[in-house]
Ligand binder design. Structure first.
Ligand code: NAD
Length: 373
């Protein structure tokens, strides 16, 4: 079982992060994450025993991308280097707290230095956070020195905030999932295009060193069948249906195996025990079966277990990888800053948009199938 690196996503009631020396988030009661850190050390053996007929994948000697490589995202060219972007953070939980911290201490020499945090929005009246003061939504949308918004609230409120800020002509970075339906995401992207602003969905799970290792390990192999089984604590209210709250796992599968379709999906729930298990049966474009399981219950250890059977070998552990030099949220901040500074190619922007919409479409279909039973 490979223990999941924490600080990648929460919404669960389990202690979500490595504790850091930093003060707790204002309204979450949790310390902010050390997004750079490993929490668990992968240990052998997934929940699914590897196929006995196929050998385990041999460790591959590949050139390792330097830890903390973030600069592949932007081309180093700046159309207007002097331009600064004022930003507001909406929702001061763990993710919102980290967004403020990262804008106050951007990675030196990166496009994130162009962002200046001008305020935060919360549904409660809060004191200054890390020296930043609370402002209203009305003020944020009307201020000319605020060009971008970071939406870091519970999943179910993302859509409304994204729409509000796009409508006001602000760039938006939203924590995943952008919306709780594919249709709403298409509308938001159309709105962003109409307003000529950037719409970005954070996906720090793609920036982890272990995912990069896994991707390298999968590359060039022919999949026969596979499973990704996630376990974690019960979700807090407002984080939505498991296919949406767990979209990071679906995004992994799409990044690893390309476009997918859904053949079946079920949801088992025992609300008295706070238990839920969603099982989605997926197919790759060459009809290879992939099973995605999201299983949650209070106290269930947070872990991702894989079993990918290829024609040549079986991969049943996420490869261990040393921590990156640059935190995951910082990498995402750099990527967003590069986007709003016109430093990301149109083809990359289009590719990301297609991936996000594809995953949301799959999540929609999974939810429909689960709820049609
Ligand atoms: P959290 O519970 O710590 O914080 C959510 C915050 O939003 C809370 O402070 C809550 O008070 C605030 N909020 C809720 N509704 C609001 C509203 N209407 N107006 C203003 N504030 C409101 O959760 P989190 O871990 O910070 O997650 C937030 C988002 O970030 C989620 O979408 C989650 O999927 C995403 N995310 C988080 C992480 C992570 O490592 N924490 C990683 C990836 C994605």
């Amino acid at each position: 079982m490979a223990h999941e690196r924490r600080g990648q996503e929460t919404g669960g009631t389990e202690p979500p992060y490595v504790r850091s020396g930093l003060p707790p988030a204002a309204d979450s009661g949790t310390a902010p994450p050390q997004t750079e850190g490993h929490v668990g050390t992968p240990v052998p053996g997934g929940v699914h025993a590897p196929s006995t007929s196929v050998a385990p994948c041999a460790p591959e000697v590949t050139a390792r991308v330097p830890s903390g490589l973030v600069f592949g995202f932007w081309n180093g060219l700046c159309s207007d280097c002097s331009r600064m972007f004022g930003a507001v953070v909406v929702g001061i939980g763990t993710a919102g707290w980290v967004r403020i911290r990262d804008m106050l201490t951007p990675h030196p020499g990166s496009p994130a230095e162009k962002l200046a945090v001008r305020g935060f929005i919360s549904r409660r009246n809060l004191d200054n956070q890390q020296g930043v003061s609370q402002i209203s939504v009305e003020e944020a949308v009307s201020r000319d020195d605020i060009h971008a918004a970071f939406i870091c609230t519970e999943n179910e409120s993302h859509e409304d905030y994204v729409r509000t800020f796009l409508q006001a002509g602000k760039h938006v970075s939203v924590e995943y999932p952008m919306t709780m339906s594919h249709k709403a995401a298409v509308e938001l992207w159309d709105l962003a295009q109409k307003k000529g602003v950037v719409l970005h969905e954070e996906h720090i799970e793609l920036l982890t060193e272990d995912f990069k290792e896994l991707k390298r390990a999968v590359e060039g192999k022919v999949l026969q069948e596979g499973t990704l089984h996630f376990t974690g604590g019960a979700l807090k209210p407002g984080f939505g249906f498991p296919a949406f709250s767990g979209i990071a796992r679906l995004t992994w599968l799409v990044e690893l195996f390309g476009k997918l379709s859904v053949s079946a999906a079920t949801l088992e729930e025992d609300s008295a025990k706070g238990y839920s298990k969603m099982t989605a049966k997926l197919l790759t474009s060459d009809n290879r079966p992939l099973t995605w399981v999201e299983e949650r219950q209070t106290g269930l250890p947070r872990a991702k277990n894989i079993n990918f059977v290829f024609d040549s070998c079986t991969l049943s552990e996420i490869p261990a990888a040393p921590r990156g030099a640059v935190g995951l949220f910082m990498q995402d901040l750099i990527h967003f800053s590069a986007k709003i500074s016109d430093q990301v190619s149109p083809s990359q922007l289009q590719g990301e948009k297609e991936r996000v919409l594809h995953c949301l479409e799959l999540a929609d279909r999974i939810q429909q199938l689960c709820q049609s039973l």
